[in-house]
Design a protein. Structure first.
Lengths: 504, 504, 504, 504
């Protein structure tokens, strides 16, 4: 299902870049940032912002923000303004809260006693309400509803240390991390460095890459001496677009300093004793691009394993396996491989239909999702189909697709979902419909097959999902070192078990 | 390959709609036209135009044209203007010739002695140069370089028949068809009817559909009494988006009149004795949407057969079969089925990258096509891959993809192309790079595998392609009637054998 | 009154430029054209178009058209496209007829048997209906409702003279002029020349200017050897903006050829015996910019004379003379000078109010024209005011102004109008409200002072206007030569006497 | 001179409206705000913002901001969003400082411990640097360079008074006023009231108006019972556009509360003993619209008096008096009246030229200001002209105008300036070129007539200006009450005497 259909969405993507070596750099930092952001566009299409710094003392920051896709928000003129940056951070956003749209657009930049800082944030602070009150009680007016401004002001109002020549930003970041346990992956730019920070639960992803000369991009032995710059991104899928090599993940709780001299781990803030990491399992299931790497494994591979597991847990007696294009395809291929059934395409997509204006209350509106898909009738007429979907959120999009297939001649249509039912809200950065809108909480869920018109519907179990996810990590751990000593994932939206107590 | 990459493109799509029954109609004709056009968007993204008529005596025509995608060109306000139409035709365009962009946008509308007509054209007149001269010699100034205006003026300057009360437009259309053998699929709107015309060689496609009530859309027995309107389209893929059922193709040489009273075949202009039809074989290979139906067979199925045939003609000893997403997927699945090799995805696509502004002469430009694809490394590292492509035109896009795969760990990369090499220009409506740009005409073609960096490259033969295409038709003919007594396809771009003598 | 208020408007302005000397020229022709057009913007704000030619054999034409003001329609990119022109013509348009807006935008460019021509037209053909029929009877389809296309096709369909090496465009132009007596000022560009044509009645203005080096712009003795180019324009006010000197008017009926070698009068087509010229008298009263020169006199001076004449014909016993800013100011100053009354400003204008969106049916809408003016209360409170207006068309704008002044303390408000009442439609290029909308044709006109709330209302007489206009010409004629042997003006909208018989 | 030419500009205009009586109001508050802002457009054309509140507990605020003119920034859709407001404030801005353009756009809205407030500011805090440091030292990050944010945060960080049920905003405002002496006119919206505040020196203007039913707008006896709402504005010129009557000025140092129950003066903060008010004298000379009323007198009248005074101080022996349109016209008329010389127009303006794109380094650029004006040659050829200007800032615009007039035949051109030379920077809200750019500080100033090409140049003296301004006030004071006990104006840009010590 498409994001807009399912009603569930990631809230943001963050990306940063620091040119290595002597400055002014020859590296086109603004272009790297833009392309990096484009590769994260699936994490947010509402607005985009870039801030660059020349890294001088005092630094000159240049900023541009705009509504819509990166390609809309960053016209050539805007990029030209940003071109003198030697480092920069950027952000793409899914939805706004608060009262002024462009104002909520990140990165957030403020002047403090110790200079100008810029902050880009992916996630949602579980205790933001209490923190807002705290900040306002200190006498600060907050101009947006965004956590990014809140974080920025929290960093600013740490008891000032005027006695020091330079402000101790790292101390402030550590202080911030003791005030809020999760959820955040942060990029904080100050003058000539970027601090990349991941909350102690590692709820949102953050990876580091290394820019190498294009000519050496694929030479296995390219050493650090070739480094043209460092990048940091919500997802590693952005690295290839800009000619960067995957370097490593920022660890849960880690503060990493990225400067023109390289990458340096400054500190790892621990979780409370006994708490496991809580990396969002839906990044694997749904949000991330399939070519991204988390915890040492490719997202595509995890989805394929989910499909295999689903075939074991919920087999069907049908003629062919298919998919709702495009996100469920790896799971469908996994299901086909495990079950031995042929994989066949039954729908093709009309990429252009999305943005067309339709008058309300017309017969065309009744056609609904059918407008988005072409039916490959000859591939399944007279046959029994199992259709793999990656998730069913509100149940309103799969139903007309089933109808389409039946009318075009499918004799049976079975649905298998490569993730468990979503039942609980997320307070950590994912936009999920209200509890009442979720099909899994409705009375109709008891006979969901009947409700959506399928011959049968079955879901992957939570255990099945967790094992499909963690299986790949363990094998990775064997070969690697201490970095993933503990493994744990947030399944709150499926189980209602939140990684930290909610203080709302 | 994407159109923009390969440099080969369809020039147009046409679509029309007439509301059935009493007028003013309840059918939202302007909306049907817009959605129909959206479904043909892959045939032209440069500009779009709609003309509606209320069908009265004299008729009121309303017209809107705009640059860019249908969704851009038709803002809600534009649609509102068009809403009183009871019938209409529309057009989407790929590329312009001539000196004023919006002016070249179709449909072309003119006032004639006998009233206003509107014309939408897909194709390219082989003898347009001679016809332009003829028209100008008559004293007509031509304001665009488009064949559509030329056709309109040719229809207008037929020796006027002032003695008749109503002009004989059908006679004029027949007259036009004797003046130019190919290539055209035409929609001509006059007051309250649309004439749908296909050239005697049937070079460009044209299909008719029937709008039925949404509630009866999938009832097998819905008879003609339920008809809400008639539609006519370059491709049948548009019918599903608007709730129409496939009715039939317009035959080569046929003039069909579509009015609120129904569909009526007026005439079939014959080809010169001995000439076969010449339906463009590249509609199957590349241009058409996979869910469209030509000559009784689904395009997807033909592509799959091409893949199977390719596996027979050019087998490989590899570990997996894959595709350059997305257009070559049916051929890849066919190749996999025939060869017994597993089908595996090796690339995923970043949908957003296309429109980003890139500064010239930078390292990022060197990355080229790599920016568009994510590499699913774990799916093929350490393996031998055969990559199926639907065509190789200039050879400049497959090369970086092969490099990507090798660097990510593929031990061998073989290329199999599900169509023969393109060697000759098209003068019948397809935009093909110049002879010099076509890789098949370059010296490098002799060692194309070496040139593009593949372990081997093989193409489908012309015979293989033709048999894969025609195999499905014959079986169809057995069951059906006289309509496809003769079968023939234009393979001029592959063989240099043009269906008619070129008069350039 | 503003155009939009009064509902009366000029339909077009035309402008052309040819670079002198060797080509490619150093003169920035596209910029000259744009600025020239800007200076004619008051003649049409709806759309603008420019066509340039490089003048080669065969020539390359470049064209750009757009909706709205010149500054909107001609973005920097558009100008860059046009920059290689050595000559060009352009057009700004007030209102469209016909069914497609941008399509009606001039200049109109067509390919003919003898090459490409471009036409820009100011005026309206009195016999356009008959001419359209004639052209269509010849078998030509007309794609717009504009006279410009009609003229272009009339030029094209003159019996072709294939035997000649070069087409005789001048013969075709003469032929056209015998077919339609008025109203037109035309610029016709063919390859490397512009033909500037004025109809035999001289109904619409057309003047020629000479571009000199900026440094020599004000040297009295700058001879023709300094010429950088030639310009031709609906009004001479455009010459100063581009650094051109006034050269002369195109005479009624004259065909002037402008090339890089200079200006050459080719022919003067005579009027029917006994007919006087019929230059539109409202160009003086209302349309033209005050710094333009017609028939040897400055428009401002004529307006001032109208004010003086009005003071003689319709004196008032008041304390001060004022004006509705800005177009009536010269008449008000003339009235003040003649009457000896002090000239005082009573209103100031808010330039920004025009384009603000106002919700319908609100109290703010009731405020009407008051939103547009600030009242300079202290200048007239407790005083008797005579307000000079240049014309009263529908009477709906002066009324709220009178109310404003009274409420702010004027003890009496008298209205004097510096032109006679408009009673008849114009068929020669001016957009006048329908007969029914004109206040002079309404029953209320009998007591117009009571109707609009004034203490008294008086108009200039037709004789007074004509003498104020012609007085300046006669004195000019004494000093000059044969060119204005006859003097005559069209007063059809005031008297119903049209210069030619109307063939509608 | 136009603002853009002279390089001197006002930085802002503020406007507010509260609907009277029961809520929800029938008054279209968003429309009143928009039109009020349009009437202040001359004070700032760069960006515009509106914030409305429904006045409920807690209130819902709606906000829209945009770049450009009000008519551009407030599309119909934006206005629709704002329509449910019962009160609101708005702002138009001239120039930005800081790093993000739209972000600097006012009003500034923040959440505080005690609820959301919105602030619009006209002026510039003389001690903003120190105040910024103070705020940042408290631990607040400042996201813009604007004083508006600074003021908002200063209001927020007043030691919180949690013990109170409602926050004492008035105490906070008083506190703010003790921290910064000048320059500010402020509108502060909190829930259901607007606080209108003027600094103790009254440096920037602020006036209150009363909305009455349109039908009673001009009834002298319309009492407060008719009140539909209250408005507050930088200039009273905005009142007429929206159907409001002038009520009174906010006094220097006064805090006025405006609610649906009416207008209430809460407090007047005194100046330091011995300090006079310091209302910006350039509001009279240049910035304000001529129909605005300050200190009981119309701006137009003051300008006319300046012209008269100039005629006394600096007479000329010439044939006619004229003006550079349009702002110097009242002074020119005053000069003409005093001197007995005839007032004559010599230039007319091309309103459209401003926004046209001109390629750099061309002959057309050399034409400079000449493009903007038409020359009314016949009005002055062969005559001696005195041209009145309101100010000469950099001297680069008057020079080409003098040249234009000479070349067109003026035998002498004398310049008289209706204000003294500007020599010093303004730190209180006016954008003045740097000291080096001011012609009065350049060596050329010694022979300014020679430098700009005039026959003579003379300026009004500071004493002359001050007396022309204050003459009207004194007569007003005689008739009125205590409100203007003291009279004083800021002449810092002319004399270097600033009203308060500068703490930069």
């Amino acid at each position: 299902m498409e994001f807009e259909e399912s009603g569930i969405g990631e809230e943001c993507g963050v990306f940063g870049c620091v040119a290595a070596g002597e400055w002014p750099t020859q590296l086109e930092v603004a272009q790297v940032l833009t392309l990096g952001l484009v590769a994260l566009q699936h994490r947010g299409q509402e607005s985009a912002g870039i801030v660059t710094s020349n890294g001088a003392s005092p630094p000159t920051y240049t900023s541009h923000k705009g509504m819509g896709l990166v390609s809309t928000a960053f016209a050539p003129e805007a990029l030209l303004q940003l071109r003198y940056g030697n480092l920069g951070i950027c952000h793409t956003r899914y939805s706004t809260t608060g009262f002024s749209e462009l104002q909520n657009c990140q990165p957030f930049v403020v002047d403090t006693l110790h200079g100008r800082i810029a902050v880009a944030h992916n996630g949602e602070l579980v205790n933001s309400r209490a923190l807002r009150k705290k900040v306002m009680r200190h006498g600060v007016g907050l101009s947006t509803g965004s956590d990014s401004e809140l974080i920025t002001q929290l960093l600013a109002l740490t008891p000032p240390m005027e006695e020091l020549d330079t402000p101790d930003w790292v101390a402030r970041i550590k202080n911030l991390m003791t005030e809020t346990p999760t959820s955040y992956s942060l990029l904080i730019m100050f003058k000539d460095v970027i601090y990349a920070v991941r909350d102690p639960y590692g709820n949102r992803p953050l990876s580091i890459g290394r820019l190498v000369p294009i000519s050496r991009l694929h030479s296995p032995g390219a050493g650090e001496e070739d480094t043209e710059g460092w990048v940091v991104s919500s997802e590693s899928c952005s690295f290839q677009s800009i000619g960067a090599k995957y370097y490593r993940e920022v660890l849960p709780g880690e503060i990493v300093q990225i400067s023109r001299f390289g990458v340096k781990s400054l500190s790892v803030i621990p979780r409370p004793e006994g708490d496991l990491p809580a990396f969002c399992i839906f990044e694997y299931v749904y949000f991330a691009r399939p070519d991204s790497i988390f915890e040492g494994q490719m997202v595509y591979t995890v989805r394929q394993r989910c499909g295999r597991q689903l075939a074991i847990e919920a087999p069907t007696d049908v003629d062919l396996v298919s998919t709702v294009p495009e996100s469920a395809t790896p799971a469908a291929l996994g299901y086909a491989q495990q079950s031995g059934l042929p994989y066949t395409e039954v729908l093709c997509k009309n990429r252009y239909v999305g943005r067309t204006f339709i008058q309300p209350n017309t017969r065309l509106r009744q056609l609904g999702v059918a407008k988005k898909f072409g039916v490959l009738t000859d591939n399944f007429a007279g046959k029994r189909v199992v259709l793999i979907d990656d998730s069913i959120v509100r149940g309103n999009t799969i139903s007309p697709i089933i109808k389409l297939l039946r009318e075009a001649g499918a004799t049976e249509v079975h649905i298998r979902v490569a993730s468990p039912p979503i039942k609980f809200p997320c307070y950590m950065g994912i936009n999920i419909p209200t509890k009442e809108e979720l099909i899994a909480n409705k009375p109709e869920f008891k006979d969901i097959a009947g409700y959506i018109g399928a011959d049968s519907v079955e879901y992957l179990t939570v255990e099945g999902l967790v094992s499909a996810v963690q299986e790949g990590i363990s094998s990775f751990q064997k070969e690697n070192v201490s970095s993933y000593k503990e493994v744990g994932h947030c399944t709150a939206c499926l189980t209602g078990k939140y990684p930290v107590e909610l203080e709302w």
